[in-house]
Design a protein around this ligand. Structure first.
Ligand SMILES: [Zn+2]
Length: 882
């Protein structure tokens, strides 16, 4: 396990590497327990560094077998090798070749970092710091080298040998062995190195780039699963084309490969030319994958491919710049999905994700800036803040500049920094240079943690026909940041008339308005709009132009008007969410005080209008019928949170919708329940989404006809989306049919681990007091394996992060169970353990009894023996401050 010296790491301490590595020649002889790695590194002093310096290479659990410089082996007094590093106190003054040999045990590598063996397949994961588990190296992203990788292995056991770049040589060797040599001409940091060896099936295709080059496309999967790769391949081809059209970016090798493996810590990894994927983001057919799975596959295939330019060709100078590649690439994959599917619906689901995860992270003890300034363990910064908020920051740059100037800035970035390890400053400077705008204050989006709150209060003066808008912004303290400075907040806005049309905006005041976007950069500002002939309704932060919490003085009638008429579809949805959130929060308070919940019909009228609007796409209507999540409601309440009251209030609202709109919901269900051949396209998926939301709402009261309808759909479904939707609804109802359906589902799919994951997830998410016992029992089920990250995430992860009432049981048993699992996983897979530990991120907002139980569990983890750097970091940050 990694020791903790030289930590924490601080952005302010960055300095260039004393040494550079121009070329890496690897010769790797694969063996299940004793893989030999010979590395020849072409070293030279860095001209940007201060002069002669010792050479200190990173390692992690390594043992050195031999070392030589320029062909002469090094006497033992000339170097010091420990598992964690290799130091040569007096290396040659100029360039030299360093040859190292290490032996590693891929079968014993349960951390799944570095080279490991999963179901007989050799596979690597090197981001962030896994390459140092293969050989000693300058394992930092600003050391970029050209790699040549020779792999040899048994021909029968390991017929497929893959690495980055282009294949240059293959051959057979004595003793039933063979080899392959791969060369990647593009300099890259070590975290993008990859190697795969196994007995894999392959699906082939090709793509002709915009300059007419033919690229071979290959997807490698477990044998027998080749027929589940068609959607992934199609997504890949669309991604290659889109990046040419939207950003002018062409692929740059002769071959592009994707490998799907079943034991993987992350979703996928963008290694140059050889992306490695968690198999759940590759494999799909109508019988095995839901519409949501298809959409994830499309988005993640695109995301990893887009990294070829934003991450690989231009990489990060250091890990503090992680959002440079991740935020930007998430933005790019979101744009891709918006172009392939419905832009408003994509925006709504991205904002739901942002609020449910990133806003929650921002509001608790794990809050950190998009670009952190200090870390103990970089693996813990692959967060919603770096990814999702990082994407929002890029989107704001586009909103501030407009599409054309944004594209010019991106072009300049690619031209200026290709082949470099860059920083956020360099990225933003490109937009400043093409636009002449000053981004100094805007940079606070990268440095200040927390979600800004904006108040927007409008008042109409009929006598002067003016509308006055008063804006304020504030940002609460976050860990390590007591004092905050004002941000630059782009607020897309309109004034919606009684006829639903936007008024023409003539503004005066101290706030700039450019193409319908007000730019709030001071703590408060006022804008006066003149020539407004009737009282309008303010529609602000359209399309969620800034990732803020918005407070307005809009009335229920105003919200109803926006829901029905706003020209911005996002704000039509938002008006309903705001409306629902006000009712939910009032009802949480009422329930806790033992009072009756209120039954506001304004929201029901607004929803009825949405259901009656035939111009709306079904996927949008499905979103409109889905109230804010429990996590979102909890975050809005902010303190003294009672998850049971939130659950009850949300259930009450859903029953109310079902009662008031039952006839309309039934009509919609029947309209879209028509059988047609399954297609995963977004229009068909949207129809199924709406149908299944209706199905769920129609059963919410637990009445026999509703439940029977659900079971009938479950039983007769001809695709996984409809079948799983049926099972998900049944899972929330304690009826005999629930047990029948769960049993049937397992019998049908027990041989397919990815589908069994869905079965585990649904059971872990049931909001019943008996769920914890069920989850404990399932950990002993043959389908569960604590060594497989997908199984752990499905069962334990869903219980901890997707079941607010049972994880937050008032007796603390949910916390104790999750703490036990964190400690259990700490020794075998610290990354997965630390990720599970983040379930405690909102503990300080809980009411006092739960808060005390949660604190006890966190303290128990923090005091655990042999705690990994990963888990220690999360536990200590969760406890700090407050
Ligand atoms: Zn990424």
């Amino acid at each position: 396990m990694r020791t903790d010296h030289a930590r924490p790491v601080r952005l302010a301490d960055y300095r260039p590497s004393d040494w550079l590595i121009d070329k890496v020649d690897l010769d790797i002889a694969l063996h299940p327990s004793a893989t030999k790695v010979r590395a020849r590194l072409s070293m030279r002093p860095n001209p940007a560094a201060d002069g002669p310096a010792p050479l200190r290479l990173d390692g992690d659990e390594l043992s050195l077998s031999s070392i030589s410089i320029d062909g002469a082996s090094l006497p033992s007094e000339a170097y010091a090798a420990t598992p964690d590093n290799l130091t040569i106190a007096q290396p040659p003054h100029g360039a030299f070749q360093l040859e190292l040999e290490t032996t590693i045990n891929p079968s014993a590598n349960t951390q799944l970092m570095g080279l490991y063996r999963s179901n007989g397949t050799y596979c690597t994961q090197c981001e962030a710091e896994g390459f140092r588990r293969i050989t000693y190296f300058l394992d930092r992203p600003d050391v970029m080298a050209v790699y040549t990788t020779r792999i040899e292995a048994d021909r029968a056991d390991v017929p497929v040998l893959l690495a980055n770049g282009n294949l240059v040589e293959t051959g057979t060797l004595p003793g039933e062995k063979h080899f392959a040599v791969w060369h990647d001409p593009h300099p890259k940091p070590a975290y993008l190195f990859a190697l795969v060896g196994g007995n894999l099936g392959c699906v082939d295709d090709s793509f002709t780039t915009m300059s007419g080059r033919k690229v071979a496309l290959k997807i490698y999967v477990e044998r027998g699963k080749e027929d589940r790769c068609a959607y992934a391949m199609d997504s890949l081809k669309r991604s290659l084309r889109w990046d040419e059209e939207a950003f002018g970016r062409e692929y740059d090798l002769d071959i592009f490969m994707i490998v799907a493996v079943s034991d993987f810590n992350m979703g996928a990894m963008e290694n140059k030319g050889l992306n490695v994927f968690n198999d759940k983001y590759v494999l799909a057919s109508s019988d095995t994958a839901t519409d949501g799975d298809f959409a994830s596959i499309e988005a993640i295939i695109a995301h990893e491919y887009f990294h070829n330019w934003t991450g690989n060709r231009i990489t990060c100078r250091d890990w503090f710049q992680l959002c440079l590649k991740e935020g930007l690439t998430v933005f790019r994959d979101q744009e891709f999905t918006s172009d392939q599917r419905s832009r408003p619906v994509k925006r709504i689901s991205d904002v739901r994700l942002l609020r449910g995860h990133q806003f929650v992270e921002d509001a608790g003890p794990l809050a950190h800036p998009v670009r952190p300034e200090i870390y103990h363990e970089i693996n813990n910064f692959y967060t919603a803040t770096v990814y999702e908020k990082g994407a929002e920051v890029v989107r704001m740059i586009k909103t501030l500049l407009g599409s054309d100037a944004f594209r010019k800035g991106m072009d300049l970035y690619f031209e200026r920094h290709d082949g470099e390890a860059a920083t956020i400053e360099q990225f933003v400077q490109c937009f400043a240079d093409v636009s002449g705008k000053d981004f100094t204050q805007f940079m606070r989006w990268y440095s200040q943690a927390g979600t800004p709150e904006v108040t927007a209060n409008g008042k109409y003066d009929a006598a002067t026909k003016t509308y006055r808008l008063d804006l304020t912004q504030s940002l609460a303290p976050t860990p390590g940041q007591k004092i905050k400075e004002p941000m630059v907040i782009p607020l897309a806005l309109g004034l919606v008339g009684r006829d639903g049309k936007d008024a023409t905006l003539h503004a005066k005041g101290n706030t700039r308005i450019e193409h319908g976007v007000a730019i709030l950069s001071s703590p408060s500002a006022s804008i006066e709009f003149s020539g407004i002939s009737e009282e309008p309704v303010l529609s602000i932060n359209r399309a969620f132009s800034a990732p803020i919490r918005l407070v307005t003085n809009l009335s229920a009638a105003d919200l109803q008007h926006l829901a029905a008429h706003d020209s911005d579809p996002f704000n039509r949805w938002q008006a309903l969410q705001t409306f629902a959130l006000r009712i939910l929060i009032a009802n949480v308070t009422a329930l806790r005080a033992g009072k009756n919940t209120n039954s506001d019909n304004g929201l029901m009228d607004a929803l009825a209008a949405i259901l009656a609007d035939k111009t709306l796409e079904p996927a949008f209507v499905a979103q409109a019928l889905t109230p804010p999540s429990e996590a979102d409601i909890a975050r809005e309440i902010g303190s003294d949170v009672d998850p049971d009251a939130i659950f009850a209030a949300r259930g009450h609202l859903r029953r109310k919708i079902s009662e008031c709109l039952g006839a309309e919901l039934l009509a919609l269900y029947e309209r879209f329940a028509v059988r047609e051949p399954y297609s995963p396209d977004s229009v068909s998926a949207g129809r199924r989404a709406l149908k299944n939301v209706c199905l769920d709402l129609l059963a919410v009261n637990g009445q026999a006809d509703g439940i029977a309808r659900v079971f009938e759909q479950y039983k007769s479904a001809d695709n996984m989306t409809d079948r799983l939707a049926g099972l998900a609804t049944l899972s929330f109802h304690d009826k005999p049919l629930r047990g029948t359906a769960f049993e049937d589902f397992y019998q049908r799919y027990s041989s397919d681990p990815l589908i069994v994951d869905k079965w585990l997830m649904l059971q872990a998410a049931i909001p019943d007091p008996i769920t914890l016992d069920r989850v404990v029992a399932l950990t002993a089920h043959p389908a569960f394996a604590v060594t497989n990250p997908n199984r752990v995430r499905s069962l334990i992860g869903t219980f901890a992060q997707g079941n607010p009432t049972q994880f937050n049981r008032a007796d603390g048993a949910g916390y104790e169970f999750v703490a036990d699992y964190v400690l259990k996983l700490n020794g075998t897979n610290p990354q997965v353990a630390a990720r599970l530990m983040t379930a405690f991120k909102s503990w300080r907002a809980l009411e006092s009894t739960r808060q005390a139980h949660a604190e006890k569990a966190i303290r128990r983890v923090a005091a655990g023996e042999n705690l990994s750097a990963d888990v220690k970091d999360i536990a200590e940050r969760a406890l700090a401050g407050g």
